[in-house]
Design a protein around this ligand. Sequence first.
Ligand code: ZN
Length: 295
Amino acid sequence: MIRSLRTLLLLVLAVLFLSSSADAADKLRLLIIDGQNNHNWRVMTPPMKAKLESTGRFVVEVATTPGGKGAKEDWDKFRPDFSKFDVVLSNYNGQSWPEPVNKGLEKFVSGGGGLVIIHAANNSFGGWKEYNKMIALGWRNNKYGDRLTVDDSGKPVITPAGKGPGAGHGRQHAFEIVVRDSEHPVMKGMPKKWMHARDELYHGQRGPAKLHLLATAWSDKKTGGTGAHEPMIWFVPYGKGRVFTTVMGHVTPTDSIRCVGFQTVMCRGSEWAATGKVSIPIPDDFPTDKVKLAP
Ligand code: ZN
């Protein structure tokens, strides 16, 4: 009897061990990069990390760069090993990274890795050509590159470099997101239009502008905008990899990053950037014509 109990116990332990390691093996490895930003990245990274982990789909690590006055030896130590991850999420807007880090990220994404760009992460690295190809549109002046908007019928409109507004945003407010590709795995099942919590509505973003548009928002002149449908969510294939951008997510702890819509886009976008597929469901409290904030 005792022997069979012991055997049973060992069996239970073995099953628990195997299932927990299988569970970890199923999870996607996600690296958040932060450390410099004109936004309070210290306030922003923890809730984003917690939200990603709460899906059960990710194991999340954070790599924090040296600060603005970081000494050379600190930068020499900043060498994230991208090959350990399925997807990298940038919450970084600051000084240039060392060349080996740039080359490492290019190799990672072109080799099939995912990259996710949140809000001001698209402000960084104006001088890094490959990064600007990956993000397609960044916070730049109007001479930097083309601008993409859509007209009222949903047709893309390119405004060439030198014409029209450069990067900016009007007053913060809640605004409607219009899904432009309901068949894309990240957007599939979302309402065609939904309300995003108070945020900065980026306009006049500039770059190579070669991208697949997933959602826009109307930038109203009444709130200091451009009177155009501005890109809010898009992706760019880069080599074998996928780069997913949302310009939503200005850090207002009570609003934009607590928006259930933003959180859903971030989680599903990260999963898609990593795998090309989405299994994370759209939650029941996803916003429709009313803003929905996570608790
Ligand atoms: Zn902002």
